[in-house]
Design a protein around this ligand. Structure first.
Ligand code: NAD
Length: 486
């Protein structure tokens, strides 16, 4: 808490070849504090030249890092994990300030998860093995899984250090070196991570962090010939561009993209448990989690009860400065706030009724901050834009359904397929719906309950490939079949 209000107007630096350095051009752009709407630091506007430097450093470090023993790599990663834990207060304050999310959320979710990512993959690599296939008396095949080289890792702004480290950690654990770019909207904790890596003794060039915009620094990573694999999390439109740019170069791609997740509520659910969790799955992180359930589908027999109770509890949610005890802080940026408000207008023109919220909130003392009231809309068909396009803010729609078939049809009606939730006490139905829903994750009677060993990713326009567990190790390594005749 203490450092939250510390006045800052510092220039962030790139982390290249083990050093903190300015971008070649010496150009910077503004970093805003969404809670106040004011600029508080400057971000390097890195270009193709900075990415080239970072990639060359990563290439030089690859033979050293990839040949280090697994135990040595693990030790350094665990040192990074313990430094994240040691500096968690500073990191949480920085994340909250950069992103607008409640400090409590950053302290209990974002930063512990960043620590866990390094710990999980730093220890996971000690337990990883590859397969062998015996051909009886004839021959033995074994699979060599080798690191590939320089990995490009690009992440979004909603869970900044959480998602940044979720990519970097498995890439490093498997012996690759990395050129990474955090979102230009929330670069600060990635900058703090570079200092942690220096203090942890990570060899020079193993991890390089280049700050800057997507079209400039990000595209330079995608297009660099010495970066053969890209792990990207962000919007579906950006993912489409990346897939097109990377295809002619035959790069290995993992794309974690947008979502428009259904939250299906059957009448036989545990109503109180569902209600508490649905408030979180709708509005946690101001609704800016790719896994938030933005389309709430409710069995008609409990629809009225649900609507009354839900709207009343949403009205009680506290919106305010992220350093205070609030349910919702600020959304991440002014353009994003305007985008969300424009979708609320679209919902109205489509015939939706705004049951609560729908407008900007002025927080006393922080009038220029980007605060929005949690918004519930009803009366819309699933085919309209409000229900088909990702809004990625504190906005949900509610709609009734009459049967399991209809619920599934509504749930599966978008181009997305990232996450889903189902609330029911009928075990058979839970299994049926989980099987037939088009999504990479189906939570039954819960939400955001994550086991890091499980595969994570989406279907349809929500992405290609899986992160999580050993799936990430598979992505960051190339399998080679070695066949030995006896
Ligand atoms: P975005 O696509 O605008 O940006 C993501 C990252 O890509 C940023 O670092 C950005 O600088 C970079 N980028 C932008 N254009 C680029 C280009 N041409 N080449 C290379 N890099 C480029 O997304 P965002 O607005 O930062 O994040 C929100 C989106 O992320 C939402 O759609 C959300 O659903 C999605 N998301 C998905 C997951 C998931 O796991 N599937 C998790 C979190 C967020």
């Amino acid at each position: 808490m203490a450092c939250y209000f510390k006045p800052l107007m510092e220039k962030l630096q790139n982390y290249i070849d083990g050093k903190l350095i300015a971008p070649k051009s010496n150009e910077y752009f503004d970093n805003y504090d969404p809670a106040s709407g004011k600029v508080y630091s400057l971000i390097p506007d890195s270009s193709i030249e900075d990415v080239a430097l970072a990639t060359a450093a990563a290439k030089r470090a690859f033979p050293i890092w990839s040949k280090m023993s697994i135990q040595e790599r693990s030790d350094i990663m665990l040192k990074i994990a313990s430094l994240i834990e040691e500096r968690s207060e500073e990191l949480a304050a920085a994340e909250s300030r950069d992103n607008g999310k409640p400090l409590k959320l950053a302290s209990t979710v974002d930063i512990p998860r960043a620590q866990a990512n390094f710990h999980f993959y730093g220890t996971g690599i000690l337990h990883w093995a590859s397969e062998s296939h015996s051909m009886g008396d004839l021959a033995l095949n074994y699979t060599l899984r080798e690191p590939i080289g320089v990995a490009g890792c690009i992440s979004p702004w909603n869970l900044p250090l959480y998602l940044f480290s979720w990519k970097i950690a498995p890439a490093l654990a498997t012996g690759n070196t990395v050129v990474a770019k955090p979102s230009e909207v929330t670069p600060y904790t990635a900058y703090l991570l570079s200092k942690i890596c220096i203090d942890a003794g990570l060899p020079d060039g193993v991890l390089n962090i280049v700050h800057g915009t997507g079209p400039k620094a990000g595209a330079a990573i995608i297009e660099h010939d010495d970066i053969p694999m890209i792990s990207f999390t962000g919007g579906t439109t950006t993912g489409e561009w990346i897939a097109r740019a990377a295809a002619p170069k035959f790069k290995k791609l993992s794309l974690e993209l947008g979502g428009k997740n259904p939250n299906i509520i059957f009448a036989d659910c545990d109503f109180e448990e569902m209600m508490k969790t649905t408030l979180r799955s709708s509005f946690a992180n101001q609704g800016q989690i790719c896994l938030c359930g933005s389309r709430i589908l409710v069995e008609r027999s409990i629809y009225d009860r649900f609507r009354t109770e839900f709207v009343s509890r949403v009205k009680d949610l506290k919106v305010g400065h992220p350093s205070e005890q609030v349910n919702l802080g600020a959304v991440v940026s002014k353009p994003h706030m305007e985008k969300i408000l424009s979708y609320i207008e679209i919902a109205k023109t489509e015939g939706g009724t705004v049951l609560c919220g729908g407008e900007r909130v002025k927080v006393a003392g922080h009038e220029e901050g980007y605060y929005l009231a949690p918004t519930v809309i009803e009366g819309l068909d699933q085919s309209c834009r409000t229900n088909q396009e990702e809004i990625f803010g504190p906005v949900v729609t509610i709609a009734p359904f009459d049967s399991e078939e209809e619920a599934l049809e509504m749930a599966n009606s978008t181009k997305y397929g990232l996450a889903s939730s189902v609330w029911t006490s009928d075990l058979k139905r839970a299994h049926r719906v989980a099987k037939d829903i088009h999504a990479g994750i189906c939570w039954v009677n819960c939400w955001l309950l994550r086991d890091l060993r499980t595969p994570f990713g989406g279907v349809k326009s929500s992405g290609v490939g899986r992160e999580g567990g050993f799936e990430a190790f598979d992505f960051f390594t190339e399998p080679k079949n070695v066949c030995i005749r006896y």
